[in-house]
Design a protein around this ligand. Structure first.
Ligand code: ATP
Ligand code: MG
Ligand code: MG
Ligand code: MG
Length: 566
């Protein structure tokens, strides 16, 4: 492809709205542009990468025996009524009406649709098992879309669903898919970990695993054992009932009692004590006890009287933080509460902000702090997805020897054993060998194709820009004639470009009349693995190779360059 004509708008400036590296680089390298919050256009360069990710996923799905099909994004509400998810899914579900006033949803996932299809088309055990997948646009009205395509409202997902006559049979496919997922993420050049997870809104009776790309900006916290191969999303480690440590307020935190004595202060009272306007959005306080400096992180606007607040809660430090910072500190969306990773974190939440039912155990007051709560015992994880009682250093629930270390990860894939959760509600049954009707047992398997793209960049970049792994690079080779006015250079570069293209190499030529500095900077930014610079020595038949990843340069004869690439 020719850069001169390509819509490849690179930016020197760092876009203000982008908080994390991958988002910044996707904007700067001209991969995406935002249309509305959480809604993006993929420009030609970005779309090439998206298609390469898709191709890898498709190949591995087919290798795992799954068949591709394509559903509609638009789904009739009746299906969602049947499974109860019309009510259960909440505001993330995009609902709309047609001209006849009939309800529809834009699919956030396709369990209802596929189970209905299988109900209609499969009736005998002889047709099972079957594994079907699609690569499709999904819609979720995320509470806070952010980080570019990482958490978008419209995004591309590969979703697969398998159908079985027994749990043992599901187990076989589950293992095959687990392997396929490992292959996919390896081929994408991701450093990842499969972790045990909780099921979330999709639910199901059986085990499930998330595939986490490790990255500091990841929204999930993963507990990893120092000794065995145990790795779990913290929600899961929590449910495993790890003995809690460090959550009690300690003697050197007297101010804690002051604030937390039952009945003394509600958020409203605190707001009043601080002389704040009712409109002030003071919703979360985090309090570090356990011998650490007492720090409070407060979500609020900047009118909060910081000195007064500090005094009131006895904090040695007070950090006014925006939602994102707090979310990052907590490792959970604000309102979902998450004393995570920080030893002895106490947290106070406004229950309205948290969306938590009142009377959560450990809270002195209806909208009060949570302390030593145990998932399963004190609340159901689907109400409060992210309360954690596990702290770093706790004993591993698997081997009992190692200590848990915490890492951050980006959830790129998620596989579930659903059992009969959907088939029983939709009525997807089959006749077994004895002509007896049975509910079909299901598994489901998702990969965030577009999120993977961001995760790859998050893990593969430097100051100069993106460093694409060859497997998903938009182009493999970047040919750069240094001086567009030099006819000899141009001719040599053009010739090399055409020959490489004829050989099926993905090659981009920078045929713009730009200064060399601009060309090289852009080239680093868009991160094509191999650059071939056609410069001063081109006349002698010599060009320069530069490997984007290592920065290593070598001079090679043109013929040799051609040979090596093809
Ligand atoms: P998250 O916990 O990040 O909200 P999820 O658990 O809700 O994700 P799943 O229902 O498991 O997501 O969907 C399968 C995959 O789709 C996820 O593993 C993730 O890679 C991707 N995905 C989910 N939500 C989004 C989103 N808003 N934007 C981009 N990709 C997403
Ligand atoms: Mg989600
Ligand atoms: Mg999740
Ligand atoms: Mg998930």
């Amino acid at each position: 492809m020719r850069q001169n004509k390509m819509i490849l708008p690179t930016l020197r400036e760092v876009p203000k709205e982008a908080e994390i590296t991958s988002h910044r680089l996707m904007l700067r390298a001209g991969l995406i542009r935002q249309l509305a919050s959480g809604i993006y256009t993929y420009l030609p360069l970005g779309y090439r990468v998206l298609k390469k990710v898709e191709r890898i996923v498709r190949e591995e799905m087919e290798r795992a025996g799954a068949q591709e099909l394509l559903f509609s994004a638009l789904q009739p509400a009746e299906l969602w009524h049947q499974t109860g998810r019309w009510d259960d899914y909440g505001p993330e579900l995009v609902r709309l009406k047609d001209r006849h006033d009939r309800d529809f949803v834009l699919g956030p996932t396709h369990e209802e649709v596929i189970t209905t299809l299988v109900k209609q088309e499969i009736s005998s055990y002889k047709k099972l098992p079957v594994n079907l997948f699609q690569i499709q646009t999904k819609y979720r009205d995320e509470r806070r879309p952010r980080f570019g395509v990482m958490r978008a409202r419209e995004f591309v997902m590969k979703d697969a669903y398998s159908f079985h006559t027994s749990w043992d049979d599901l187990d076989v496919t589950y293992k095959t898919m687990y392997t396929a997922y490992s292959n996919i993420f390896s081929r994408l050049g991701l450093f990842f970990r499969p972790v045990e997870a909780n099921a979330g809104a999709i639910g199901g009776e059986g085990e499930n695993h998330e595939f986490m790309a490790m990255a500091a900006v990841g929204e999930d916290t993963i507990a990893v054992c120092s000794h065995c191969d145990y790795a779990a999303n913290l929600e899961k480690a929590e449910a495993a009932d790890v003995p809690a440590a460090g959550l009690e307020p300690t003697a050197d935190a007297p101010a804690f009692e002051k604030l937390h004595t039952p009945g003394t202060k509600t958020i409203d009272q605190l707001v009043a004590a601080l002389g704040l306007e009712a409109s002030v959005f003071l919703k979360t306080l985090v309090y570090l006890a356990d011998g650490q400096p007492v720090v409070a992180v407060v979500r609020g606007d900047h009118d909060v009287n910081e000195a007064k607040l500090k005094d009131l809660i006895g904090a040695t430090a007070l950090e006014m933080a925006n939602d994102t910072t707090i979310e990052r500190t907590l490792g959970a969306p604000v309102g979902f509460i998450g004393p995570v990773g920080l030893k002895g974190v106490q947290i106070i939440v406004d229950k309205a902000a948290a969306g938590v039912a009142s009377g959560v155990t450990g809270a002195n007051e209806s909208d009060y702090h949570l302390q030593n709560v145990v998932v399963g015992r004190d609340f159901t994880p689907d109400k409060v997805a992210d309360i954690r009682n596990v702290v770093e250093g706790d004993k591993c629930p698997n081997c009992g020897d190692g200590a848990l270390e915490f890492h951050r990860g980006i959830e790129c894939g998620h596989i579930f054993k659903l059992g009969t959760k959907y088939s029983s509600k939709i009525g997807a049954t089959y006749l077994d060998e004895n002509q007896k009707s049975q509910d079909i047992i299901m598994g489901c398997y998702g990969i965030g194709i577009s999120r993977c793209l961001a995760a790859v960049i998050e893990q593969n970049n430097d100051e100069g820009g993106i460093i694409w792994p060859i497997s998903v690079a938009p182009f493999h080779v970047h040919v750069i004639p240094v001086n567009a006015k030099d006819e000899e250079q141009t001719a040599i570069a053009e010739n090399l470009y055409r020959r490489l293209q004829a050989q099926g190499v993905d090659v981009l030529i920078d045929d713009r009349d730009e200064r060399p500095g601009v060309k090289f900077k852009d080239s680093d930014l868009i991160g094509i693995p191999l650059r071939v610079t056609v410069g001063k020595r081109a006349g002698e038949g010599i060009v320069e190779f530069k490997v984007r990843k290592t920065g290593e340069t070598t001079e090679v004869a043109i013929e040799q360059a051609y040979e090596e690439i093809t």
